[in-house]
Design a protein around this ligand. Sequence first.
Ligand code: ZN
Length: 133
Amino acid sequence: MVKKVDHIGVAVKNLDETLKFYEGVLGLECGGTEVVEEQKVKVAFLPIGDTEIELLESTDEEGPISRYIEKKGEGIQHIAYRVDDIEKAIEEMKAKGIRMIDEKPRYGAGGAKIAFLHPKSTYGVLVELCERD
Ligand code: ZN
């Protein structure tokens, strides 16, 4: 079903400040940044091995990452698993009784097709399915 951990999403207040830790202390390299308007976030990618850390800074006080940080503080916000065919994966999840936040895929950073599962169906973890070309 899922192939690998595509990335781990981390909610942060300030990307530039946070990058000082990931680059300066951990020695990772930022592979690029991107604004995803639909989700009101600015994203920085830090590849490591065959996965990535995805840092998410909100671009809007009402955005989902702002609201997340308000409630829970900074930290790991979601885990994304790679799938080959996201439409099929969504149908399989629904058939298995999983509640989806996204019943249809939408576009995330890097042009990936993504869909979130509801944490009520996943024992507390916000799970993202992610298909990339
Ligand atoms: Zn993600």
